[in-house]
Design a protein around this ligand. Sequence first.
Ligand code: NDP
Ligand code: 2IT
Length: 444
Amino acid sequence: MKGKIKNFIEFVSKNNPNEPEFLQAVDEVAEVIIPFIENNPKYQNKKLLERIVEPERVIMFRVPWIDDKGEVQVNKGYRVEFNSALGPYKGGLRFHPTVNLSVLKFLGFEQIFKNSLTTLPLGGGKGGSDFDPKSKSDNEIMRFCQSFMTELCKHIGADTDIPAGDIGVGGREIGYMFGQYKRIRNEFTGVLTGKGVNWGGSLIRPEATGYGNVYFAQNMLNYVGDDIKGKTISISGSGNVAQYACEKSIELGAKVVTMSDSSGFIYDSEGIDTEKLQFIMHLKNEKRGRIKEYADKYDCEFHEGRPWVIQCDIAFPCATQNEINEEEAKILIDNGCICVSEGANMPSTPQAIEIFQKSKILFAPGKASNAGGVATSGLEMSQNSLRLSWTREEVDVKLKEIMKNIHTACVKYGKQDSFIDYVKGANIAGFVKLADAMIDQGVV
Ligand code: NDP
Ligand code: 2IT
């Protein structure tokens, strides 16, 4: 078995040179799915995994724009349309200087399995640009988004490919891109999700990834007779996912002691309360400032680096990929951490995951625990098609139900003698639905 997995990884590596993040994501899936296929003849001799690792289509384009000084700038634009067996391509857009094909292929690949887990009719895709939105004016952001959409609008559509937000892409960027799409295509459709609630967006979509992650953690804890109430929580990041993971954690009676950005983290031993969280939301969403300003205002600790050195019962990594390494995983375990639920995509390195699993703590991979965001995007698409909007409560009930169902699916396929292997559970549950659809649809 080890040989089969090794051969497969070598094959993918040879076909996709210089794509370490993509390979990391494929490796995690292959370790689980190759043995599963070995035991299930139905999935053999169809080259299913070989087909899944090859995107159906990759679009790369030039994004020229003019900055406030009148100078021409050029960025790279991408959309990876990975798999449409379960529905139109669906997944976010990331604007960050670290964006490249490897990063977007890892995200698109993860998205296929995640979207399958949501139980909604969603294929997988991802896109973005190496554009850095930091310290750009609103006008520069608008001109960039318009140029980006001028090309992207040729490739997407409400029944083809429906992008949304991710790092560096929030309500403001979605608004500018939607405006340009509508202008060029002369169509008011649900071509993007994460739209403003006045023009087709869904209530709870901004909250959904963070809330969904907390719901997933609560499901894991409840399953072993525990509860989030009274727990000390460490969160990384201070963007969309982190903010709403913090809000829901506070609401459910936990104490959140850290948040971070790329400069460092704040440690508030008293706990971040609702009022302090409002300060962070204003700081990050309106002022676009640095998290250090929180430490200055509330007179608490600020440190460079990542928050995993702080004692916590639960960790919610909500910033970016590979932000918990082996050493940090050991520190978390030594400090008594009992649950890690990934809000970000692939925030734990493979070595860190191994530590968590050996320690048998509750560990949820992002494709399961952060699926609430894209699931609520799916609900936004449903509302757009119906041309009506559901209340906050209606959407929240559906989100909770979806997270519970994902948890149940993970337990079904991941149950071991003494713990639940959520990595195995999520990968197999995601794969089965996808593979069945691919078999039904023939070799395409
Ligand atoms: P935001 O842009 O709103 O926030 C990102 C946060 O992470 C910021 O605090 C940012 O700090 C920090 N960050 C980003 N890159 C790095 C880095 N290289 N090193 C350290 N810190 C970093 O993004 P989101 O909250 O939307 O996304 C966070 C994570 O959640 C990503 O992994 C994303 O893929 C994932 N995700 C998002 C979903 C969504 O609906 N938005 C859905 C599912 C997953 P700074 O401001 O200093 O850059
Ligand atoms: O990683 C993700 O799931 C997202 N960034 C959200 C994608 C979406 O289409 O809502």
